[in-house]
Each structure stands twice: as C-alpha cells, then as structure tokens.
Ligand binder design. Structure first.
Ligand code: AGP
Length: 568
C-alpha cells in the first residue's frame, strides 16, 4: 500500500508535494520521490523516508508535480525501485499504488521493442507504455497504456512539456481535493489542511487535471464528478472515518487478502515447498497461529515451533518463519540459530526490507499494507490466505474463492454480543481440528484488547480438566462450522451448556441444532473447511474489538504491548 500525491495550482509545488506526502507516510515509508514539470521534467527519488529524500527540494517548476511514498511490493526498497518511474528519455514520470498483475508479459514485450528497464518493479512498465504512443497525443497515449494494465492501480503521471497531471483508478484508492487548485492523492488526510472539498475518483475513471481545469471520463464517456464536503479532522481522515485503525484494518481484509493472493511468487514458492521432505515453521503470537493452522490443513511433514522455544525444540531442517513486522526478536533469534547450522531460511513477511527479509534465503510477502493497530487482523488473514494458497498449489488444487464481505456486515450484531462479554471475567473459546487454532487466535485477541482472561481449548480436552472451570453464565465461544468435527463439537457444547455456560455459537447459518444450543448465534456462510480459520477469525476480531470499546480500552494501543516485539 503506497501513497501517491499530485498538485496542480499556484502554490509552491515542491513544498506542497512534500507536505502532502508527509501525511501519507503511514501508508508506506521505505522510499520516496517526486517529479515536477518546469522547462523540463525534474525528478528526485531514493530509499528512505519523505524527510530523508524530499526535505527542502526546490526545482524550477511551472505548476504541476507528482510524488510518492513507497510500501514495497515488488523489488527491494532502494533508489532504482523508488517512484517516480520514467521512460528511458526521462520525458514521462509515473507514480503508482497497486499491483500490475501482467507486468512481466508487458515488460517482455517492451524489452523486445528496445525499451531499457532499470528497476524490478511492476510500475516501471507504465511510463514505457505511455512513451510508446506519445505520437497519439499525451492523453491518448496515457489511455492506451492504462487499457493494457491488469490488476489494481491508482496512477498519476506527468509528461515533459505539459502542465497536466494524468490519472487513472482501478481498485486502489484515489481522491481529489479541490479549492481552485487540485490535490490528487491516495486518501483525504493528505490535503485536508488545504481543503475539505473532495471529489471521489471512481472505478475505471481516467482523466487529467491542470490549473483550473479537470477532465474525467469513464468507459470512453466524459463524466462529471461533484465535490463533497468532508467533516473529518486529520486523525479521523487517516482512519478514513473509522473510530480506530484496528476497525479500519478489519474492514481492509478483502483487499489485503486479494492483493496477497495476486502475488504470482506464491506459485514458484509452492513448487519449492513441495520438494521438501520436512519444513519447520517458527513464529510468534498470531503469526504462530497462522503457522499452526497450516499444519492442520497440510499433508506436508510440518513442525511448528513457537519462536521463543525454538532453541529447546529445533532438531534441524529447512525453516519457514512467519512475521508481520519482520522484526520480532524471538523469530529473528530462531532464524539466526537455524542459519548458524547451515539450514535454509524461508520467510513470509508483510514489511518489505525488514530484518527478516534480509536474513532469509527466500521471501514471500503478504500484501496487507501497513498495519497500524497493535493487534494483527488483516495481516493474520493475509498470512492464512498465503499459506492456504501455497498448500492448495502444492496439492495441485486451486483455493476456493475467498469472499469475507458478508461477515464484515455483521459488525453491529457482534457489537451487541460484546456488551454481554464485557461483563465477564473469564471466557472460554472452544474449537476442534484447525478451529482449535481459531479458538487460540480469538482468545489471544480478547486478552490483548479487552484485557479479559480468555482460555482456548480443543473441545476434546474439556473432560480432561478444564470442564471443572465451567459454571453458571460463564461465556463459551464455540467455533462449530459444519465440518468433520461438527457432531463432536455439538457434544462439547452440550457438556458446557448443561453446566450453565452461556453459549456464543459460530456456525453454518442453517445449522438448526447449533442455533438451538446457542444463547447468541453468529451465522456464517458455508465455507470450505480448510478456510474456516480465515473466515471465523473475523467475527472474533470484531468481538474482541467491541468488547474493548465497551470496556473503554484503546484497541489501537493496548496496555503493555507493542506492535513489534523487538526484545526477547
Ligand atoms: C497479535 O495480535 C500481536 N500483535 C502479536 O501476537 C504478534 O502477532 C506477534 O508479536 C508476532 O509479531 P510479528 O508477526 O510481527 O512477528
């Protein structure tokens, strides 16, 4: 998830680009750059933060410029891979947020025509495609280039000799601030200081803007997009209207999962994994749960070792480390131990350029974008999506389509359940099979966000001791999809219900028996059993979020916890 920004107006272009980009740094901060149009196209870019790269930049400029702060998805964070990207003659500059899925095919075609590429990024194909057709006129060339792109994009482009910014949007966010000048950006927060008048660029809109003039078309027809008055302050705008980053990130899961699954490197990585006769997964916290879920669903000979226990339990073998931050001290220590014993290291990471990516021999990424809330939500379901996809590919299958949108619509219903939970001191989470992991993840969320004691157990373990804890009105969250464990899980629910437990059942929407047993029921769609942890974790994220709200906790910054645990 990168941040793009463009400006057309009478102000100090370079300064406004810098200020706008500074407000977008929460979207990505591993490299930055800008391009402005003066008597020629001037640009600067490098790895580092916006301050590192763009402080006090002054170019001779007429009136338009574009800028970018990067969250690397393809290619390491360095000067060559930083945006803007340009054609060989440095006449066309482009900044982009999204993933061009067919970039390799386009790049090969362009190389055959003699184009010279410098970076490893998908974005770099765009300026070359535009340059190819400049004889048609700038906007026609821009439209022709965009028409060839597959995937997600929010693009801004400037061309030498023109005082226009060309733009296009598909699946990635793009908004326009208006106050006589124009501010084109990935989100509203970046231009709030100048204007609250916002035009929302819509899917497949393509157009250009210049001082005092805006043109947009959609499917070949000119469209008129009217400005809206936004009432957010700066902090609210960064949360795009959500009360907390955590809630925003819960709702970003469809895009995070889709962008993760769009990474074609999962295919080559799955081939590598299928050749292994052993793989040791190591990670911490929620990332440990992701690895454990894979062990349940995969036929691969997998070991899963909590990173802080790795030195006690590791007996050799190739490693797969899983980490959102790529900076978790326990996980790094585990990886360094395995490396010292000459074992190969693979990594599934969300933050490009993090320490773990530099220690690993092979890296694959979740493409969830920056996760600001301390609790892992979109990065967890993105980890599951990547791991389940790898497993499906290894088995020569394709992952069933993932659509979690219907679950996100249950927020209010789950909020009402949380009002009951917020009055409890102890909560049980029960699951069976892979949903033992779902129970573990749900309990962790409730601990770290609402500060309530939450125990997760395999349903079959109850009678070996924990059943003694069950008493009148004790809430039990029972994860009971209609899979091979359903009937035994129903038996466990009856066991605890007969001792007075308050049952919060999550299961298939038409499971009448489960509905009957549940005091509160969260109806879930029919889901392939291997995907249930991904689907069922989302209501549990919301349950812990709203319980925290009811208890007046700050879900973005839970007490005692850090987003990245860089100490052991
Ligand atoms: C989970 O919500 C927590 N944020 C925590 O358990 C986290 O998953 C753990 O610290 C591992 O972090 P990592 O994925 O960045 O390595």
């Amino acid at each position: 998830m990168c941040g793009i920004f463009g400006y057309a107006g009478n102000g100090d272009v370079c300064k406004i680009l810098y200020q706008g980009l500074k407000s977008l740094e929460y979207r990505g901060y591993d490299s930055a750059g800008m391009a402005v149009v003066g008597d020629k196209l001037n640009f600067i870019k490098d790895s580092g933060t916006v301050d590192d790269v763009l402080t006090n930049i002054t170019f001779p400029v007429n009136s338009v410029g574009i800028a970018h702060t990067r969250w690397a998805t393809h290619g390491k964070p360095n000067k060559i891979n930083a945006h803007p990207h340009l054609d060989e003659k440095n006449k066309v500059a482009v900044v982009h947020n999204g993933i061009i899925e067919n970039y390799k095919q386009l790049k090969n075609q362009l190389i055959k025509k003699g184009h010279i590429f410098k970076s490893k990024t998908d974005t770099e194909v765009i300026p070359h495609l535009i340059e190819e057709n400049l004889s048609l006129g700038n906007f026609e060339a821009f439209k022709k280039a965009v028409a060839q792109l597959k995937g997600s994009y929010a693009i801004a482009c400037v061309i030498e000799g023109s005082n226009k910014i060309y733009f296009a949007k598909r699946f990635s966010p793009l908004v326009l601030g208006v106050n006589g000048d124009y501010f084109l950006a990935s989100d509203i927060v970046s231009f709030l200081r100048w204007t609250k008048q916002v035009i929302f660029i819509e899917e497949n809109d393509i157009g250009y803007l210049e001082k005092g003039n805006l043109y947009i078309e959609n499917n070949g027809k000119q469209v008129n997009r009217r400005p809206n008055e936004i009432r957010w302050n700066f902090e609210e705008a960064a949360k795009e209207g959500y009360e907390h980053f955590m809630l925003k990130e819960i709702f970003e899961q469809p895009q995070a999962i889709a962008q993760t699954l769009a990474d074609k490197r999962l295919i080559s990585f799955s081939k590598h994994m299928s050749e292994l006769d052993k793989l040791v997964i190591t990670s911490a916290g929620t990332s440990f749960h992701a690895g454990l879920a894979l062990k349940y669903v995969s036929s691969l000979p997998l070991e899963v070792i909590i990173a802080s226990e790795f030195s006690e339990l590791y007996r050799g073998g190739e490693v797969l480390s899983i980490s959102q931050s790529g900076e978790t001290a326990d996980t790094l220590r585990a990886v360094r131990l395995a490396k010292s014993l000459d074992h190969k290291i693979n990594a599934l990471v969300n933050v490009v350029g993090s320490t773990l990516t530099r220690l690993a021999d092979k890296v694959i990424y979740t493409h969830a974008g920056p996760e600001i809330g301390v609790a892992s939500t979109k990065t967890f379901t993105s980890q599951l999506a990547a791991l389940f996809q790898l497993n499906a590919l290894m088995e020569g299958k394709t992952l069933p389509e993932i659509n979690v949108n219907p679950i996100l619509k249950k927020a209010d219903e789950i909020h009402s359940i949380s009002k009951t939970l917020s009055k409890s001191n102890d909560i049980f989470y029960l699951g069976r099979g892979v949903n033992t992991v779902t129970a573990m993840e749900g309990a962790l969320k409730m601990k770290e966000l609402a500060y309530l004691h939450a125990e997760a157990y395999p349903g079959g373990e109850l009678k070996h001791g924990p059943l003694a804890l069950i008493e009148e009105s004790l809430p039990v969250v029972a994860i009971c999809p209609s899979d091979q464990n359903r009937d035994k899980m129903l038996g466990n629910i009856e066991e605890v219900k007969s001792r007075g437990a308050f049952i919060i059942g999550l299961g298939y929407e038409k499971d009448e028996e489960l509905i009957e047993l549940s005091d509160k029921f969260v109806a879930m769609p029919a889901v392939d059993s291997s995907l249930t942890p991904l689907y069922y974790s989302i209501p549990l994220q919301m349950l812990s979020y709203y319980t925290a709200i009811e208890l007046k906790r700050n879900p973005d910054k839970p007490r005692n916890l850090a987003k990245s645990v860089t100490v052991e």
